[in-house]
Design a protein around this ligand. Structure first.
Ligand code: ZN
Length: 622
């Protein structure tokens, strides 16, 4: 007679062909399954809600039914003879009945404490039977889950939103205060943009009777069916009115004025410009993620496509929207080189006195040096560029802990990029900017494909990564790319790779890779240090060192270190041979050194060294 799903529940007596319990205080007089059977089948029976956490969604409308069927889990359901349904759930935290409607159309109720529903098998006043729709057990759901589904239909919440609007009528600035500021939201549970939890003043039996929507700046109490905006929140919190009084028409006159005064004095209304609602709740930015959809370039578009001219941030060196790696051993002036790059772009002057720059803002993520070193270095560079005293758009993040492979950090960096729209982002250094092992090819690939490339494309910037070469390895390296530390994927995924070398008072800038064009010829850069400045200037193409050039370098070093003024050919030959120089190249070298005036032939087999600094440098620069 009563389905076994309901065996553990509590019941009340209802007369045949009626829907209402007839006993006094029936809500406090629960019958067990066994006891209620004594009155059946000559009577109807009611299933008591609230006991054993039972809640029944009494649905009278297909809009509500669609929401229940599609958004809530399957559960035991009963069809009522009036065309509605009873949907049984166990909802532990729910302590009050909810009325559901939409645009003044009644959709149904959620029956909870103090209510009952007529059980299956009973006879409706119209003579028809309450019938089971299925034979499923009763499912347990959380209160939040219920609210999530039925909230759009909750009349009371609509009313609280209306009340919040009325409060703006009482004090036009009140909406500048945030309900989450007044009701401390930190103890509440966040779900989507909203908060649920225990009422901060009168508490909750089930822990789930209070709701805040910061975007609508509205709060609501499900127990008292009350709510409103910031002003009523203050009135309730400060004890000017009870929670249950936060309803239409109750907050006015003296109490409203007092609340406004408290809003000003205690919550800072008008004292300073409060944040706007948009500032308080910035819309979440779309994080940098690769596009899901692969764009197709149709044949027609492919035929019509015209190659655009390369757009440069620094002519011939740094293209727009590219990922550039600048690598080199320690002490090869990588930081000075990139700082010079940064200030050339910010000040729109020729980089190295030779390469045109397009004006732009630069963000420099310094992870190695710290403020005092960066101040000293930037001052030296600016002095060298005659830019001292100029305020330029180069922004530094010194000793940054940010990691460019962490979505949270890259999000923060992206916010800066969105705000300041730089054309160049310099990361000093790559290795300290990542949190993974630089040899992990998979992670390197993820960084470039999922994070850096989308960042470059989305924000129209170029990224320069400063990187170290492997330590040691003084000898000739067959492929200079192999000197780059970490996974070779770093080289594969970057567009351009520069290598810096130091040769006496020159730096040699080599382009090891250029994705879209032939590599530039190696560049000779003159480095001039004074006490408080450093100047870097292009000094023409650097000719690849010949064997004889290498030989002259070795001999000049020998002269310098041993303070040699005269030497025998035989001794010089020994030095050169030890370094692997062949006889022909050694002879050619001696001839070249005589030509530039570095040495002079005294007599057969004996040479004099011209210890002139200029000549010395000329030899080195070869
Ligand atoms: Zn309340």
């Amino acid at each position: 007679m009563i389905p076994t799903q309901l065996e553990e529940l509590k019941f009340c007596r209802v007369k045949k062909k009626t829907k209402k319990p007839f006993e006094k205080e029936w809500t406090k007089k629960p019958y067990s399954y066994k006891d209620i059977l004594n009155f059946l089948p000559s009577e109807n029976y009611g299933v008591l809600c609230g006991y054993e956490d039972l809640a029944v969604i009494d649905s009278d409308h297909e809009t509500l039914q669609l929401a229940i069927d599609n958004l809530l889990p399957d559960t035991y359901k009963v069809k009522t003879p009036s065309g509605g349904t009873h949907n049984y759930f166990f909802i532990p935290e729910l302590k009050q009945k909810l009325i559901l409607d939409l645009d003044n159309t009644h959709l149904g109720e959620v029956q909870s404490h103090g209510t009952q529903v007529v059980g299956p098998g009973s006879i409706h006043p119209n003579g028809k039977k309450y019938e089971e729709i299925n034979n499923l057990p009763v499912t347990k759901i959380s209160c939040e889950k219920l609210y999530e589904v039925v909230k759009p239909f909750m009349k009371e919440i609509k009313e609280s939103e209306e009340l919040a609007k009325l409060e703006i009528g009482m004090s036009s600035e009140i909406d500048d205060l945030d309900v989450t500021q007044i009701w401390n939201a930190s103890g509440l549970k966040k779900q989507g943009n909203e908060y649920y939890g225990e009422h901060p003043v009168h508490g909750s039996d089930g822990g789930m009777n209070f709701w805040i929507n910061p975007l609508k700046n509205t709060w609501h109490c499900f127990r008292c069916n009350s709510g409103g905006g910031p002003l009523s929140a203050i009135a309730v919190k400060e004890g000017l009115i009870e929670c249950s009084e936060a309803q239409r028409g109750n907050l006015r006159g003296e109490k409203a004025l007092q609340s406004i005064k408290i809003a000003e004095e205690k919550y800072g209304l008008k004292n300073e410009r409060p944040l706007t609602k948009k500032e308080r709740h910035p819309l979440p930015e779309t994080p940098v993620v690769p596009k899901k959809e692969i764009p197709l370039l149709w044949d027609k578009e492919l035929q019509e496509w015209e190659e655009t001219e390369q757009d440069w941030i620094i002519d011939r060196l740094i293209p727009n929207r590219s990922i550039v790696v600048l690598t080199g051993k320690r002490g090869t002036l990588k930081t000075f080189m990139t700082l010079s790059m940064a200030y050339s772009v910010a000040g729109e002057i020729d980089f190295l006195d030779n390469f045109k720059s397009r004006k732009g803002t630069v963000i420099y993520l310094d992870k190695e040096n710290g403020i005092s070193i960066m101040k000293k270095r930037t001052t030296m560079i600016k002095n060298g560029l005659n830019m001292n005293g100029k305020d330029l758009k180069v922004g530094f993040i010194c000793f940054s802990q940010l990691k460019i492979d962490k979505l949270g950090d890259i999000h923060q960096i992206e916010e800066l990029i969105t705000k300041h729209t730089p054309s160049l982002l310099i990361i000093d250094t790559y290795r300290r900017g990542i949190s993974f092992d630089e040899n992990d090819a998979g992670k390197v690939s993820e960084l470039f494909v999922d994070i850096l490339r989308p960042l470059v494309e989305k924000h129209n910037i170029s990224i320069v990564l400063i990187h170290h070469n492997r330590k040691g390895g003084t000898g000739e390296v067959p492929d200079e790319m192999d000197e780059i530390r970490g996974s070779s994927d770093l080289a594969n995924y970057s567009d351009i790779i520069f290598k810096l070398e130091r040769k006496g008072e020159f730096a040699i800038l080599k382009q090891l890779k250029n994705r879209n064009a032939p590599e530039e010829t190696d560049m000779k850069i003159k480095v001039t240090f004074t006490e408080d400045s450093v100047k870097l200037s292009y000094d023409g193409e650097y000719e690849k060192q010949t064997q004889s050039g290498k030989c002259s370098e070795i001999l000049l070093k020998w002269f310098y270190e041993k303070q040699i003024e005269q030497f025998k050919t035989k001794d010089a030959r020994d030095i050169a041979f030890k370094a692997g120089i062949k006889e022909t190249n050694f002879k050619w070298c001696l001839k070249e050194m005589q030509d530039v005036g570095a040495i002079e032939k005294m007599e057969f087999g004996i040479y004099k060294v011209n210890n002139n600094k200029e000549v010395f440098n000329k030899g080195i620069g070869n």
